[in-house]
Design a protein around this ligand. Structure first.
Ligand SMILES: Nc1ncnc2c1ncn2[C@@H]1O[C@H](COP(=O)(O)OP(=O)(O)OP(=O)(O)O)[C@@H](O)[C@H]1O
Ligand SMILES: [Mg+2]
Length: 463
């Protein structure tokens, strides 16, 4: 890695001496006046600036302030006359990295520069490694609309403090899981584990042992060796609590205790354990409503949501629809070895006008299906197969569809729900010819969740 330096000093002998000594190792540009140097820094920011404090015209302190404003990542080393202690203090307060005192001893200056640049080299290395992790784990996150860009900026910022809990709220399919991953890979803990817990998928009586682990012989069925819980697995990394709105009251209480103290016990153990992990949680449930009716703890909400990120629905950020559609088009065209290159004008208009109740996930599915069944090279209206449900009609449509009939004697809502679920599970299994993994995919859940839900609604029915 060859670094670039800018030297600003009004004394010609100093400029020549330093340039000659350093030009073998660094790309160095020398200027007598700060004004000229700032132009050059603006167009081609160097890694480091050597800046004389006592300059005619714009002085060194003023120049430092300008450099920090333009490019805060540039290291600035001040050059000062011995008497200038107060000015040096002012410079360090403004963010100068270090200073050297005139007369300049070249060996000393070289060491100072090398040490300073070592931190730049490390930072660049970490950053490029982090980029690599991000790209490998979060492939192409599309964020064109300014609504989602606001979200991404907030995330980039809060990701930097690895202890802050972050709660991600948003409708189904808006990208909450992707965002959780992006937080992890942008945080200083990016090399640590990213552990996802699907709170809806863990059977209620196993939540505690899954999260906190257990000691051997803790309960019947506990393995002989004991087991680390998911919380322990996430040490020095990120624990992602997905579908956190689905936690039982008991699990909420246990989790809260851990969040408050950072300490926990494995089931059946008296040994207190501590770990350090960032908690990111997400839900598409309406936590406000759940808190009002008492099914979600307020204290837990405040612990989880020190920072709350609200992901706008796709209908609230229509600027993302076409960029997303184009990305999915290329992706699935590659995957299915098709030759799609464009989306027809009519189809584009339909995509933009559709009410995306399933958000990005629905859009992705529509494009996947279109690419699979279509001929190409242009994705047509027929390939999309979306019926006209323009966004502005959505409200009326769902209102009509959502008004159910309740007979005077009332209904058993739990049983209705189970019946509803049972019918979908039955149909998915039929379509998948009994293959559970495929049936689970049809219902957009993992195999584990599927098996659990199937058991919950007692399917197949016992005769
Ligand atoms: N901005 C985006 N760019 C590219 N793909 C995206 C984006 N947002 C979401 N997706 C894709 O959409 C699908 C749904 O995203 P994700 O699983 O993160 O949603 P979610 O908010 O967690 O939904 P749910 O509440 O149902 O769990 C995934 O396939 C994801 O890769
Ligand atoms: Mg999700």
């Amino acid at each position: 890695m060859r670094f670039s330096l800018v030297l600003i000093d009004d004394e010609e002998s100093i400029r020549e001496g330093i340039s000659m000594a350093l030009e073998a190792e660094y790309d160095i540009r020398a200027f007598a006046a700060a004004e000229d140097a700032l132009d050059s820094i603006r167009t081609g920011p160097p890694d480091l600036v050597l800046l004389d404090i006592g300059l005619p015209g714009m002085n060194g302190i003023e120049a430092l302030r300008m450099i920090r404003q333009m490019h805060p990542e540039i290291l600035v080393i001040m050059i000062t006359a011995y008497e200038d202690v107060n000015t040096v203090i002012a410079a360090m307060k403004l963010g100068a990295h270090d200073y050297v005192v005139k007369p300049i001893i070249m060996d000393g200056l070289e060491v100072t520069i090398r040490n300073a640049l070592e931190s730049v080299r490390l930072r660049k290395e970490v950053r490029s490694l982090q980029e690599k992790f991000l790209q490998e784990n979060i492939p192409c996150f599309i964020a064109e609309s300014h609504e989602i860009q606001g979200v991404m900026e907030l995330i980039a910022q809060v990701a930097l403090s690895p202890d802050t809990p972050i709660l991600i709220l948003g409708e189904t399919g808006t990208g909450k899981e992707l965002i959780a991953g992006a937080i992890h890979y942008r945080s200083p803990n990016f090399k640590g584990p990213f552990v996802t817990v699907n709170c809806a998928a863990i059977p209620r009586d196993l939540v505690e042992s899954e999260l906190f682990g257990y000691e051997k012989g803790a309960f019947s069925g506990a393995g002989p060796a004991g087991k680390r819980g998911l919380i322990e697995e996430a040490d020095q990394g990120t624990l992602f609590l997905d579908e956190v709105g689905d936690l039982s009251a008991q699990a909420q209480a246990k989790l809260l205790r851990f969040l408050e103290s950072g300490e926990f016990y494995r089931v059946g153990s008296t040994a207190k354990r501590t770990i350090r992990t960032r908690i990111v949680s997400a839900t598409n449930r309406d936590l406000d409503a759940m808190m009002q009716e008492g099914s979600f703890r307020k204290d837990l909400y405040f612990r989880l949501g020190v920072i709350t990120v609200e992901v706008p629905s796709l209908n609230e950020r229509t600027g993302d629809i076409l960029p997303l559609a184009n990305t999915f088009l290329v992706m699935f065209s590659d995957k299915f070895r098709k030759n799609f290159t464009a989306i027809s004008a009519e189809a584009r208009a339909a995509l933009k006008g559709h009410a995306w109740a399933g958000n990005v996930r629905e859009l992705r599915n529509v494009i996947e299906r279109g690419v699979l069944i279509g001929k190409g090279p242009e994705l047509s209206m027929e390939d999309l197969g979306i019926r006209e449900t323009p966004r502005h009609c959505e409200a009326e449509r769902t209102e009509a569809a959502a008004r159910p009939v309740i007979p005077p004697e009332g209904v058993d809502l739990d049983e209705l729900e189970r019946e509803f679920e049972r019918r979908y599970i039955e149909e998915a299994l039929r379509m998948a010819e009994g293959n559970e993994s495929r049936a689970a995919r049809l219902l957009r859940m993992n195999h584990h969740t599927f098996r659990y839900r199937k058991k919950k609604v007692s399917w197949p029915p016992q005769s």
